[in-house]
Design a protein around this ligand. Sequence first.
Ligand code: HAM
Length: 428
Amino acid sequence: MSQIQSIRGMGDILPPDSAAWQALESLLRDLLISYGYEEIRVPLVERTELFQRSIGEVTDIVEKEMYTFEDRNGLSLTLRPEITAGIVRAGISNGMLHNQRQKLWSSGPVFRYEKPQKGRYRQFHQFDVEALGFEGPDVDAELIIITNRIWKALGIDAIELELNSLGTPESRVRYRQALTDYFEPRQDELDKDSQDRLHRNPMRILDSKNPEMKSLIADAPLITDYLDPASQEHFSMLCELLDQAGIPYRLNPRLVRGLDYYTRTVFEWVTDRLGSQGAVCSGGRYDGLIEQLGGKATPAIGWAFGVERLLDLYRESGGASPRADRDIYVVAVGDSVLQPAFKLVEQLRDARPKLKVEMNCGGGSFKSQMKRADRSGATLALILGEQEIASQSVGIKPLREDVGQINVDWSSLNAALHDYFDMKTNLN
Ligand code: HAM
């Protein structure tokens, strides 16, 4: 029979790699809780219209990258290409934004039909943080300070913050006009996509990845020259807060982001260690989006990073992957031993819920079970054979040091394990 292949660009997360994912997720959860952010979980599938109206009709994501299909009722649905729109929809439809402010985080898979390569997938995972109902720039700074703390906690320093302001929708109208005026007489130098966008969404020409248009784009007008005074003030206060927090940044007036909902602050953490997929974490302010999706006008800002890219960068920076090793492997030789062995091991789990104890399953000789114990990475083997059961004792054999086996009574097993495992971390 032929094998069923996985879908291109949609990977499996296998052990022992999954241990690194769990460790990262738990670090982030603790950190965000410590900053007062709460978890929100939103569906993987939403009405297509949600993404069209938020990310923007004339964007790569909406035009080329969404997984869109009709359900059995003919309703157009889309696998989420990002999490922000779903969070905003949930905030509005659950009445979470009526004179309230929300600091939220979420994580999980997102889907984009991009050309797969290292660091770029069709199913990838985002960790997403949003602050809804805050004008900033204090919260803008807080969100960036959180990201900085994450990199520090992971020992990542090959990462740089790029910062820009896109101003208000009104100041953008003037900028759009300036861009149209600049690109119109140079239409021949634009590729087909950009010609198409010239009148529909000229700002999207700026994030074209076509190298032939690089110098044309480099000479285009800068958005910073069209900023309104209030946005300018917001931006310079943010810069001051970051200066005071000791977080270096590079002003990049070319940073416009590929989604249409952004206003004012936008930023990206980039690295040169991951080849062409250098954007690790990206975000910005979207003060108009909530109203645009039918809610009351509410300012908001957030960021998301790709978990695959962050873990790649972590490893690239010399970070070690956590080991999924067991503490104890239980060697139980002989069918008559199984029942008392299970009983003893369950008592041990009651007394020490945090110990990682693997029971040998599937039988095998003493020798083959000891081999499995060694491969499991366990610190100790607990050995139970017919002799031990008869004398109500258990063998303790350290596997990582050259010392012999000792035998202890069942009643003193827990106490004997003190010598091998730290009580504070293993006892609840
Ligand atoms: P984004 O820049 O489209 O922004 O994606 C955020 C992050 O997801 C990127 O910085 C990158 O690390 C990762 N990423 C994007 N595409 C791929 C891919 N094909 N494969 C692997 N990783 C990828 C957003 O999604 C916004 N929702 C961010 C945001 C939150 N803005 C405000 N709040």
